[in-house]
Design a protein around this ligand. Sequence first.
Ligand SMILES: Nc1nc2c(ncn2[C@@H]2O[C@H](COP(=O)(O)OP(=O)(O)O)[C@@H](O)[C@H]2O)c(=O)[nH]1
Ligand SMILES: [Mg+2]
Length: 305
Amino acid sequence: MNIEQIIKGIKERSPRAIARAITMVENGDVLVEDLLSSLDKEAIDSTMVFGITGPPGAGKSTLTGKIVGYCRKLGKRVGVIAVDPSSPLSGGAIHGDRIRMMEHSLDMDVVIRSMATRGRLGGLCASAGAVCRILASSGCNPIIIETVGVGQSEIDIVKIADVTALVSAPGLGDDIQALKAGLMEVADVMVVNKADKPEAQMLAVELNEIAREKGTEVILTIASEGKGVDKLYHVMEKIYLENEKKGIKQQKRIEYRKKEITDWVIEMIRSDIEKKIDSIDTDLDKDPRVVASKVASELKDVLLN
Ligand SMILES: Nc1nc2c(ncn2[C@@H]2O[C@H](COP(=O)(O)OP(=O)(O)O)[C@@H](O)[C@H]2O)c(=O)[nH]1
Ligand SMILES: [Mg+2]
């Protein structure tokens, strides 16, 4: 398949073309720039991107699967990007390859892709943005991004979403503290999953206090039974539409785009930086931080002149 065929194939919703395009993005293929330049801007602008984040075990994958099911009932074509190496949705994401949700694996209008973190979140952010735009151009709306959100470093990837649901559940222990520390700030809506467990009520009360201060909502779900999923979907859609009307969505996207550009630039000059460091090996006895300052100031001199 050449670039023209892939571009045409994406518009025609060909799974093979979509897969090829995403692989090109992930492999850092230079030719992908032609492809990315000719994606459907209107579709990209009007596609809702929903983030589902929270600690491992909260039920994000189960919930994502049910939201997909609900979207299909509404006749919507859905994209899923699972940035969760441990996700059962991704079958472990061992190959970082196209993943399957058993129920939806034969459905042509559910496009699922898992992305391995590969320990490099910066690069991941950049690739995820491109993948998102490819899926939008193939007619997916909404796109759901599932991410494990436990640390500060994962928060960046969450910002790709227009609307983020923070999923928690009773019995996750200290992870809730981590949530409070980091992810609350990016949550547009809070979900207490596993509402079939009695302890869920306590958690909901606790989160409600925080939510009230922030002006957000707490939604109870039983993902395993599909309960509360329709409500969650409609709340996220409502927030999307409100943010769009207020220009908040557009602003968020501009911010993310700048971040993507920054990440790509760093990615693209990484090997030059490595070469530079190789060329100053006489200084390696010094503290790395000290050497880094020297390298950075030399690079800045080159860049700014
Ligand atoms: N009791 C109960 N278990 C659930 C619910 N939702 C998911 N689970 C279970 O919780 C475990 C973790 O779910 P998973 O979706 O993989 O969580 P993730 O790590 O956040 O993606 C699985 O064993 C699910 O079957 C729920 O609403 N109630
Ligand atoms: Mg998961």
